[in-house]
Design a protein around this ligand. Structure first.
Ligand code: ADP
Length: 507
């Protein structure tokens, strides 16, 4: 590493946008570039992104971050990538073109395939090996769908012409040369969301690939989360900068929140919300509807595992209030609207738009807004929408406490929704422990930067990450117990109303 490199860049390829953030040695943000990409909804339940738009946006946001800080590639010691997990791209290695749009993690089109794979063995068929129940959420079946439905795709895959990957793989392949020698890799955290990787041995499982009809020649090489995978080779774009960190977005947030010890956890509130707890170097299987997943692996050190509660819809419910109902014109407006009333007015909103994820795993659920009376106003609905995020988070925190056998003592939080004070206070009230937001809330990007920087010696190791972390705001629980429990009981009742909706009459 040259001595004049002062910065590390993170590329955060998220569900709604791509960001590039330049960090200094203390983990402070120096500059940012950000662009949203199109959300494509071809049918109910289908969600797609255009991978070429994402790659173009990434190049633009990197240029924006560099231009607005006058930092250029020569000043950057390393670049780390973090990404929306599970969202799957299949592309042709000979042309560099995707054969289909990226199928996004929330997309439910693979439900029939998932049921086929489950067969008589049920949705937990592969759980002992991959840590996950069969669900439309994960990447593997999305590849099967593309191979089954895109003309010529299966033949091309069997010829060895097609590659698959989550958006980390898609970006690294393009950044390192694309058709001209692009490196085809992913990291253990992203691989752990495909349903195709053995959680203990961190290699691809040939039997599951065969069951899912996925040629293994399509799969990226599985690497650690912190090592040099290659260097930028695209002209004028991060040329010669080592690409040396990859972490799925939620695992990156764990890293950026310095959750390096067993028992440490966080909740990230973005499009969906994801509670993870570090469980150490042995896989822990959940008895309460949580996922077992890889948390991170630094170089050739042992992998560290996590338990995860994934919630599909939280921030995207606020987007839905904005885009589909039009009762707010921007996401932050939900807070004053919700605060204009004292409570939810009896309304509960279960946003089971893609079924319910953890801890229920009910694909047959759909959204339900219940408890309505003539009294309920749009302000109550705004409040119910925010409360839904807190109740769903409580469900997974309770599951985690049950699995761990001890209760968490505080919850570190990050993500776009943590700007919402009303929500954060209600969250503390519901889980009954303090909610803590760090000084740098871009923990996802920060985690990817740390993973990349550690690989090239820019940071010495995780101790430096811990030293850089600091608390900004803390919300203490303040609600009386009887009220807290009454609200939660009503929420649980509302959840039962959302179940059993999808049947042969619902497309
Ligand atoms: P992602 O990384 O998943 O794209 P972010 O962490 O950028 O998500 O968070 C964006 C989400 O947060 C959006 O779904 C948006 O609706 C929500 N959001 C942003 N600001 C607020 C706010 N003040 N109150 C409630 N929700 C918000």
């Amino acid at each position: 590493m040259s001595t004049d490199t002062k910065y590390v860049m993170a590329i955060d390829q998220g569900t709604t946008s791509s960001r590039a953030i330049i960090f200094d040695k203390q983990g402070n943000i120096v500059s940012t570039g950000q662009l949203e990409h199109q959300q494509i909804f071809p049918r109910a339940g289908w969600v797609e992104h255009d991978p070429l738009e994402i790659w173009l946006n990434v190049r633009k946001v990197v240029a924006e971050a560099e231009a607005s800080s006058e930092v250029n590639a020569r000043d950057i010691a390393a670049v780390g990538i973090t990404n929306q997990r599970e969202t799957t791209v299949v592309w042709d290695r000979t042309t560099g073109k995707p054969v289909y749009n990226a199928i996004v993690w929330q997309d439910t089109r693979t439900q029939a395939l998932v049921e086929e794979f489950a067969g008589d063995a049920g949705t937990d068929r592969y759980k002992d090996r991959v840590g996950l129940p069969l669900a439309s959420y994960f990447a593997g079946p999305k590849v099967t769908w593309i191979l089954d439905n895109v003309e010529g795709a299966r033949e091309a895959a069997e010829r060895g012409d097609l590659l698959m990957g989550t958006t980390d793989s898609w970006l690294v392949w393009n950044m390192t040369g694309g058709v001209d020698g692009g490196v085809h890799v992913t990291d253990v955290t992203n691989a752990s969301r495909t349903m195709l990787m053995n959680l203990e041995t961190l290699d691809w499982n040939p039997e599951i690939c065969a069951d899912m009809r996925i040629p293994m020649s399509m799969l990226p090489e599985i690497r650690s989360s912190s090592e040099v995978y290659g260097k930028g080779r695209t002209r004028g774009f991060l040329k010669d900068v080592p690409i040396s960190g990859i972490l799925g977005d939620q695992q990156a947030a764990m890293f950026g929140q310095a959750c390096f010890e067993k028992g440490m956890g966080k909740n990230t509130y973005g499009t969906g919300s994801f509670v993870l707890m570090n469980v150490g170097t042995e896989v822990v299987h959940s008895q309460n509807g949580l996922l077992s997943t890889v948390c991170y692996k630094i170089g050739d050190q042992d992998a560290v595992y996590a338990l995860e509660g994934s919630i599909a819809v939280t921030g995207s419910l606020v987007q839905w209030l904005r885009d589909n109902l039009g009762i707010i014109s921007s996401a932050p407006e939900v807070e004053p609207l919700a605060a204009s009333v004292e409570d939810n007015g009896g309304a509960y909103f279960v946003p089971a738009f893609s079924g319910l994820f953890a801890p229920h795993w009910r694909p047959d659920a759909r959204g339900a807004l219940v408890g309505l009376t003539r009294y309920v106003s749009k302000a109550h609905i705004a409040r119910a929408a925010l409360e839904a995020t807190a109740y769903q988070s409580r469900e997974v925190v309770d599951a985690m406490n049950a699995d761990a056998g001890v209760d968490i003592t505080e919850l570190k939080v990050d993500g776009g929704m943590t700007a919402n004070e009303l929500l954060m206070q209600f969250q503390a009230d519901q889980i009954g422990v303090p909610v803590i937001r760090p000084r740098v809330t871009e923990t996802t990007a920060l985690g990817a930067a740390y993973a990349a920087g550690i690989a090239v010696g820019f940071w010495s190791g995780t101790d430096e990450v811990t030293a850089n972390w600091s608390e900004d705001t803390r919300w203490e629980p303040a609600m009386a117990d009887d009220r807290r429990e009454k609200l939660y009981r009503n929420w649980q009742k509302a959840v039962t109303k959302s179940l059993d909706w999808v049947d042969e009459d619902v497309d």
